[in-house]
Design a protein around this ligand. Structure first.
Ligand SMILES: Cc1ncc(COP(=O)(O)O)c(C=O)c1O
Length: 485
């Protein structure tokens, strides 16, 4: 192809296109912004002029043969994959394509319960059956950890007909399972290994970070370029290894992907891949340095606990991603979500999320030391102004072992009735309930509702967690399967 990582084929083609001043009698109908001046005001001339549709010199995302294909090949090379697909529907679309390429109705897939809603959504779409491995839970922090290799082995032995094992690499909190060993036992048993790497783009470029899925030999990985990779929101990539059919995965992607892929998103993926390939090593060394500095400063404020590699136990925490700055807040007498809200309302600081016991500040290639200082001093002040004695009354997250009574697809489409949440104990849920972010379902379709789950939902609502999923946006009612007994 004669191209190197210095090239950005989609970006270069767009620049050529811009020079040509082609008269548009095609979509989008705003015609380079002329038909929508407010849009030009909002986004700028440059941006709307490049918001174009597929055409011969710019290739076509559904069936790439020129510049998009070249960009995908360069991406594959940069990430050590056999092929890469540019995705414009977020990592949700990458995760769904990954699962839909691997399992179909009635097939089993082994996975931890702390997966993102996109994984469960894919199970609703394809009708596969989840076999959950309990991700151990850190009792003090209340965070789900990784899958133990011994637990994965047990699940594989009990379900030799399963088609794949899915791993979070890493979790939102930075926890990594032993993905190399999981790949090996999956392959030894004729199964594929899939990785949700929404939070792992940097693992492909930084040094002294946990192993990436492709380097560990995984078969497919969904990678959020728009998170740590620096591309535009909603752009993502899907990577495959040598044992997966590129053509089949492309067919699966095209079942749900738009036929009008955004060139703003695709060009941002192309440029970001070039940046990462050329400068990723230094950029992520700086991200790690900033995160380590922030962690040390925050840990000097009594009551906060910004955790790191000391969690590693070679089992449920095989490795830790030190770019993640998660802070446990319970000892200052505040839930993580309360600190999250105070940071925004009182200090104009927006962090990534707060759950019951923790908050997560996202540190990336766009951060500077001065923002880190602001965060650290705001946290110190929050403790002084809002901290309470730790009475041990705050609830932390606990792992609730789900009882999967019916497959997610069957439950989602079943005959159902809406009941007040308090009256649903013992019934089978037909919808999702989750705090977003992080978007890990508290309940998924097909799971039996328990009193413990209801208490947890009520408590999270009371603390101000942003809850989503159910048909009833107020989350007062839950859809449950009609009890036919
Ligand atoms: C683990 C995980 N997987 C997948 C996704 C989906 O990514 P997106 O929001 O780009 O669709 C997220 C989003 O936060 C996530 O946390």
């Amino acid at each position: 192809m004669g191209l190197s990582q210095e090239n950005a084929p989609i970006y270069e083609a767009l620049m050529e296109f811009e020079k040509k001043r082609i008269v548009p009698f095609d979509v989008p109908g705003h015609k380079r912004g002329r038909g929508n001046p407010e849009l030009v005001h909002l986004l700028g001339e440059k941006c709307v002029k490049l918001d174009v549709n597929s055409m011969k010199p710019l290739d076509n995302l559904c069936h790439p043969i020129s510049v998009i294909r070249d960009a995908e090949q360069l991406t594959a090379e940069a990430f050590g994959a056999a092929h890469a697909f540019l995705m414009v529907g977020g990592t949700t679309s990458a995760v769904q394509a990954m699962v839909l390429s691997t399992v179909k109705r009635g097939d089993k897939i082994i996975l931890p319960r702390n997966v993102h809603r996109s994984v469960m959504g894919a199970l609703v779409l394809c009708g596969a059956i989840p076999v959950y491995v309990d991700p151990a839970c850190d009792d003090r922090l209340g965070i789900p950890l990784g899958m133990r290799v011994s637990d994965v082995e047990r699940a594989i032995k009990a379900n030799p007909d399963a088609k794949a094992v899915l791993v979070n690499n890493p979790t939102y909190y930075g926890i990594c399972s032993d993905i190399r060993s999981i790949v090996k036992i999956a392959h030894d048993n004729g199964m594929l290994c899939l990785a949700d790497e929404a939070h792992g783009t940097h693992l492909y470029f930084g040094e002294n970070l946990p192993v990436s899925a492709m380097a560990a030999g995984a078969d497919i990985a969904a990678v959020s370029m728009h998170k740590s990779g620096g591309s535009l929101t909603q752009s993502s990539i899907l990577l495959i290894g040598p044992n997966v059919s590129e053509g089949y995965v492309r067919q699966i992607i095209n079942l749900t992907q738009t036929t009008s892929g955004s060139y703003l998103l695709m060009a941002s993926l192309d440029i970001s891949r070039r940046n990462l390939a050329l400068r990723g090593k230094e950029s992520f060394a700086e991200v790690v340095r900033l995160a380590e500095y922030a962690r040390k400063e925050i840990n000097d404020i009594p009551g906060y606990y910004a955790y790191s590699k000391e969690l590693i136990n070679n089992d449920s925490v095989f490795d830790f991603d030190t770019t993640k700055l998660a802070v446990n807040t319970l000892e200052i007498g505040l839930a993580g979500i309360e600190v999250y809200d105070i940071l925004r309302d009182e200090y104009d600081i927006q962090v990534e999320f707060g759950d019951l016991g923790n908050m997560l500040a996202y540190i990336s290639i766009g951060d500077r030391p001065r923002e880190i200082e602001r965060l650290v001093s705001a946290l110190a002040e929050i403790k002084r102004r809002f901290g309470k004695p730790d009475t041990g009354e705050l609830m932390s997250q606990e792992y609730i072992d789900p009882e999967v009574a019916v497959s997610p697809q069957e439950a989602f489409y079943a005959e159902k009735e809406a009941l007040p949440i308090a009256e649903t104990a013992g019934r089978i849920c037909s919808e999702f309930v989750m705090c977003y972010p992080p978007g890990i379902p508290i309940l998924a379709p097909g799971e039996r509702i328990t009193k413990q789950i209801i208490d947890y939902i009520e408590y999270a609502k009371e603390k101000g967690c942003s809850m989503t999923g159910p048909e009833d946006a107020e989350i007062n009612m839950l859809n449950v399967l009609i009890d036919k007994r």
